[in-house]
Ligand binder design. Structure first.
Ligand SMILES: *Cc1c(COP(=O)(O)O)cnc(C)c1O
Length: 310
């Protein structure tokens, strides 16, 4: 059984920019510094350790985003090979990055659902484990280490800002909050308008499936969140927050100018909360933003978006 962690403990950085601009106390949990560029490596590290323990040497998955990229990264380190099925919508940029880590990438299907159905079929056919992108307790357990690390360095904040796609990160955050007894904190769930599956489900009181995804924050593009993410909600004080693509992108730009690290618009959704709500925030509040990262926006895409989203 392998015991090394392939993710790293990331630092907490104060935002001097937001302090100066709005007089607010904001700290960033810098998971954009993970070797795979996002928090997803935490969950994949834990998931593959479980499979490695059971003797598996090859897995199947279907994410052409950060889940696939982090899985390929950990797999390569552990000696577990990956066959990844991605839909035609996956960028050449991401396919090249994932192949660089030694994964076998096959393009199939018009969208993620079609690619995923095919991945599930192959996993049954070859009797190989299927690794999901967000809806699994092994992933949540891995993600929950993010809160353990914060709790070693800071007191319970007043608010914590978390981006929500399928809700895997959110479930990990809830798990970590419970374990560390951070039960009073307000959890702000950040999404963009074209991917607001969590905010819509919270408003309805039951799981809502979106008809389509329409946002540049592609990593938030799950039509339906994990059921557990909604179940946990009754135990916490939650503020669903929805922003637009322009503000998510411009928050990435501000963050780049402050800490010189490029993150995805998915992460920008969380980063935009303080900019867009500063007038409503009590200056005594301590705010923790999970900088979830993401590698799908390279420099070329960044430059194109910066023309489009002034
Ligand atoms: C996956 C991802 C998210 C959303 O996480 P979920 O677990 O799907 O809610 C947000 N930001 C980035 C950069 C991601 O890779």
């Amino acid at each position: 059984m392998t015991t090394a962690n392939y993710y790293i403990n990331t630092p907490l950085f104060k935002s001097h920019q937001l302090k100066k601009q709005y007089g607010l106390d904001v700290v960033y949990k810098m998971d954009c510094y993970q070797p795979s560029g996002s928090f997803k490596i935490r969950g994949m590290d834990n998931f593959l350790k479980e499979l490695y323990g059971q003797g598996y040497k090859k897995v199947i998955a279907s994410s052409g985003g950060n889940a696939g990229y982090s899985l390929a990264y950990v797999g390569q380190q552990m000696g577990i090979s990956l066959r990844l099925i991605v839909p035609v919508t996956t960028s050449d940029y991401m396919i090249a990055k994932i192949k660089l880590l030694g994964a076998e990438v096959e393009v199939y299907g018009a969208n993620w659902n079609e690619a995923n159905d095919y991945a599930l079929q192959i996993s049954k056919e070859y009797d190989l484990p299927y690794v999901p992108p967000f809806d699994h307790p092994f992933l949540w357990k891995g993600h929950s280490s993010i809160i353990d690390e914060c709790a070693l360095e800071m007191k319970e904040p007043d608010s914590i800002i978390v981006a929500v796609g399928g809700g895997g990160l959110l479930c990990g955050v809830f798990e970590g909050l419970l374990r560390n007894n951070w039960l009073k904190v307000k959890v702000v769930t950040a999404e963009t308008e074209g991917a607001a599956s969590y905010a819509k489900s919270m408003a309805a009181g039951h799981l809502i499936e979106l008809k389509e995804i329409n946002t540049i924050a592609t990593s938030l593009g799950a039509k339906k969140v994990a059921a557990k993410a909604l179940e946990y909600a009754s135990q916490f004080n939650i503020e669903p927050y929805v922003t637009d693509d322009n503000s998510a992108f411009n928050a990435c730009k501000d963050f780049f100018n402050e800490y010189h690290t490029l993150v995805e618009p998915a992460c920008g959704a969380a980063l935009s909360y303080v900019r867009n709500n500063h007038s409503k925030i009590n200056p005594k509040e301590k705010i923790l933003v999970i900088v979830c990262g993401g590698v799908s926006m390279g420099m070329e895409k960044y430059l194109a978006y910066s023309k489009q989203y002034q």
